[in-house]
Write a protein that binds this ligand. Sequence first.
Ligand code: ATP
Length: 509
Amino acid sequence: MKKTHSLRRRNIKNFQHFFILFPTYFFFWIPPPLLMTILSTSTTDSSGTPVQLRVVDDIYLYIESSQNEIIEKYELKHIYGIDKEQDKTLIHYCHIIDPQQEQKEGENNDKTITNFRTAGIKLWEQRTLKFQGTLDDAFINGFRQLIVPNQNDDVRVSVIINPAAGGRQAPVHWETIVKPMLLAAGFNASQFQITQTLPNGKTRGLAKQLGIQMLKDKKKTIILCLGGDGTTHDVVNGLSDAFIGFEWQEEEQRYSVPTFQLGIIPSGSGNSFSLSLKFESIEHSVLQVIKGQTQPFRLIDVTLDPDPAVKEKGAKAPKRRILVVMSWGFHAQLVSKSRYLQPFMGNTRFSWVAMYLLLFLQQHEGELTMIDAERYDPTRKEFVHEGQVELKDKPFTYFLVANQDSMERGFKIAPFATPEEETMDIVMMRDVNKEELKAATIKVLEGGRHVDDEKNIVEYYKSPELLLRVKHASELCLDGEIVYLAAGGIVRLKMIGPSQGEPNFMSFV
Ligand SMILES: Nc1ncnc2c1ncn2[C@@H]1O[C@H](COP(=O)(O)OP(=O)(O)OP(=O)(O)O)[C@@H](O)[C@H]1O
């Protein structure tokens, strides 16, 4: 039990703060804000010892002895529920197991091409504090307001579960983690609408139906995706299809672009998109849904010419939107060749295939045009506007477009990318040899230092739109799916969002 804070000192500081600022408030006729929120109540802990529960700011719940000494403190951002149960009060929170501890147990802490995925992984677990007797209602209601400020009994929670994703654990994650946390946070089982995904691209159609239902009944809905990137990709595309294909009434026609709110629950194997949202675990992602803070994420529209999905002349190509990555060359080959090893090797398959591809490194000829591009200047450490950029003088070894900084934990390939930006990040290496590519890869693992290499081995751009023409038949990776582009084919990528009349996607963060 450690004493961590002096409450008295904190109160004196707040008091001084009040007197310094008060004349300013008075002058501008603005009432002084509440400088501290105090919730406090007495109870006994599970062993029968009298304790005080106190919230002095909006950061911690303090548990104090009867002599006002702090016994323990819990971050409010990790607390998601408070319940009365017979003659007890339960406070539900998430606990993070010390990541340093995890690292100490490993034999080697240096990052290498094969071990970086396990470094710094934090383990989370659900825990409950138990107090004897029921706490007074004023404390419980005030506390609930603090920990779940956006509680809405009216909201529908549409839960989309992929039973085949990752280690086939998504249904178990729903039953043992997601659902219990939501119920403890005050959601009601009648608010949940469960849908299981379907194989072979049929999830997109399911998501379209759900989207049409949402647009029709206009009921506020949170969509939870339990799966990996493939599931999120299909859901986002289905919801976009619903918006495009929706039969709008004249008067409401596109006046208000709908907002789809997504909770991304990482139950897949790679979970790159959830990584971009900085989620450390399933519990962490559910906490963010409960806390209710959201941020927009943008999609990239992909057009292929010719599109391999078009089998008959004149038929319409499917609309393709990606949210994580498009790649060509080394990265696309890596994804393609690793697919069949997934059942045996998990995520380490990428490292072994990467070593194989380095041995027989290939160069890929093509022409790239980026519209309204900015280039990262490693000497000035800032982006410089270049306008239209055309590159065709050297073959491409590595070419990757991303909306987020990492594709895998610890692999910071596009360090300045964020999902909410309206530009995509383009990382490429042209005509490099295997030693140069290997050296750059190690720098990617060292927090994305590859972009600061002044030898200009890595070229890094931001652009809202680009066109790439490939000389030879090529494999492309689109959010993890491999598609084939014929020799001389063109891929066009364009950022889309509400300003292009597309729906607004928000994710809990
Ligand atoms: N009911 C189902 N039965 C079998 N396969 C399914 C079902 N629903 C979806 N799928 C398949 O699941 C795949 C998508 O899985 P997803 O990408 O979400 O998980 P993952 O591959 O484990 O994770 P990640 O893409 O993050 O590595 C698609 O290939 C889809 O066809």
